[in-house]
Design a protein around this ligand. Sequence first.
Ligand SMILES: [Zn+2]
Length: 282
Amino acid sequence: MLALTMGAVIGPAVAVVTQSGIPTAVGAGLAGSAVAFVFTARRWLRRYWLLRAETSAEVREVLAARVAFYQRLSADEQREFERNVRCFLAEHTIAGPQQKPVSDETRVLVAASAAILLFGREDLDLPSRIDVVVYPEAFNEEYEVKRKGEILGQAHSQGPVILSERALREGFSRANDGQNVGIHEFAHMLDLEGARFDGTPSGMDGASARAWAGLVHGEIARIERHRSILRQYGATNEAEFFAVASEAFFERPAAMREKHPELYELLKGFYGQDPAARASKG
Ligand SMILES: [Zn+2]
């Protein structure tokens, strides 16, 4: 089971960086302050230099060995994906509880989870404040780590994202079962509307958002009637539906396109990607 908690939030700053790494635009969220602007400008500058660096062999090896999404990309797309991974690794702290270090492989899998979601949308970004805490196993409501703990991950609206390392690794080793805790939790972070996860992704255009609202409850009802390819947890509420649908979109795209064509088209538009077409190319 995956849980979701909410809290207060300061509006995120949004940086747009072109494929070549040159900043093209900036907008600020609710904070809208000079501080946010300076922070965002520094983020750009760091990215500008970062994107010119080489990807280390170690990062590339983890992606090639463990990330099915990366394996299906063309060589050029793989370089772009690597840049997104490097940006995430440079901009977000990824550590265990009490800042204990985690393995490089785990850090790359965390960054890859976010990079998968952002791959087709240069204008979409995760809030820079997100840090990631990696617990070795699942945990309970008191954040006690339990081998049979019920919580695999949590997204907090003002950070951090918490992930079970075991669940993260399993998510990537079973890449077509529609369950990936990294994709799930970072999808929640794309769904922030002010302080709330409301189930309608915030970067969705108006017409698509209306179409999404018109479809969500019918799709949740299909899950409840066991007539959906989405796993049962997606019927919890609208926010969980979006996160679970995102997992299936990337891990079971052909099945979603066949059984839920409208849902597939909306997610294809939102994520700027067509994973079913990519999968069918082999
Ligand atoms: Zn969730």
